[in-house]
Ligand binder design. Structure first.
Ligand code: ADP
Ligand code: ZN
Length: 305
């Protein structure tokens, strides 16, 4: 007898909640976007009501969502046991401290809803659709205004409570580097030494203005390779995807591989970890924002329980 192929008619709501805009999309289960809207981040009550109105309209036209996912700016309370679960915690963004985006969306749409950081969501999207497709465990690193690391295992965030702050790990100094660092908490942590603003402060111009053979890139690669070394020896990722504005510099991934090799010194590596070309890669998702795709992935997880 021929097997009956049930089409998955579910609709998912995805929200990429950023400090300047909320990007909302209603999508099919196979990831096709049916409606999309960009809402400027204003005061929370207005932004959240516009978000819910969008999903109301889109749902009437294309079918109501069965679940929702939110990839949010932070810091967020991500401890499911906390009474403040789903809240934004003390952000400098006016009005948004203590706003519970998760509760507003879940109660407003009346569907199961999940929230995670924008970086973790982008990491999940790279795993499902992008450069880490097929990997069991992977890391997604973004080097831009800050440095964030998302860790995914089996399609879900590896850290179940709270979020990792790997951008702030201490790092060994590059030989001859006496820069004090720009992190307002730690000075010369990874973010303090290697974020976009750290590069601008160190070299006196934005990173994108530095010529390709500038010594800045080798130094930059040293710090990011130190992060990769830590990730490899702790998390054992099948892949490390590195993106963000600073990694738009085309030669930087190759620089990181070159710096990483002597740091690892061949110690304790499985065969796949020895191939740094498949271990350290650029993002695969460039057109649809990975945070939005990650939000839709969170919606799928919310629906599946
Ligand atoms: P954000 O982290 O704010 O979301 P980005 O990931 O775009 O934004 O990162 C912004 C940082 O990336 C800035 O510090 C900028 O100087 C740097 N940047 C942007 N484009 C490039 C480039 N082509 N090469 C190197 N650095 C870049
Ligand atoms: Zn720091």
């Amino acid at each position: 007898m021929k097997e009956f192929d049930m089409a998955d008619e579910r609709r998912f709501a995805g929200i990429e909640a950023g400090g300047t805009k909320f990007v909302c999309a209603l999508a099919t289960a196979d990831g096709r976007t049916l409606a999309r809207e960009r809402i400027g981040t204003a005061d929370p009550a207005l932004t959240l009501s516009q978000t819910l109105e969008f999903f109301g309209r889109a749902g009437r036209e294309h079918g109501a969502p069965t679940a929702a996912g939110i990839a949010s700016f932070g810091p967020l309370d991500l401890d499911p046991a906390s009474p403040a679960y789903g809240r934004i915690v003390s952000t400098p963004k006016p009005g948004w401290s203590d706003v519970n985006i998760l509760a507003a969306v879940r109660d407003g749409l009346g569907v199961p809803t999940r929230i995670d950081t924008d970086v973790n969501a982008a990491a999940m999207a790279e795993g499902r659709h992008g450069a880490a497709k097929g990997c069991h465990t992977h890391a997604y690193v973004t080097v831009g205004t800050g440095i964030g690391v998302g860790l995914v295992a089996g399609g879900r965030s590896l850290i179940a409570r709270g979020h990792a702050e790997m951008g702030h790990i201490p790092v060994p100094r590059a030989p001859g580097d006496d820069f004090t660092g720009v992190c307002s908490y730690h000075g010369d942590c990874l973010e303090g030494m290697a974020s976009g603003p750290a590069m601008a402060a160190r070299w006196g111009c934005p990173a994108q203005d530095l010529v390709p053979d500038h010594p800045a890139w080798a130094m930059q690669a040293h710090y990011v390779a130190a992060l990769c070394c830590t990730l490899i020896y702790t998390v054992r990722p099948d892949r490390i995807v590195i993106g963000g504005g600073v990694f738009e510099q085309p030669s930087l991934h190759a620089h990181v591989r070159r710096m990483l090799e002597p740091m690892l010194a061949g110690y304790g590596l499985s065969p796949h970890e020895r191939d740094l070309h498949t271990l350290i890669v650029a993002p695969g998702l460039v057109e649809t924002p990975p945070g939005l795709l990650g939000a839709l992935e969170l919606a799928r997880q919310a629906a599946d329980g």
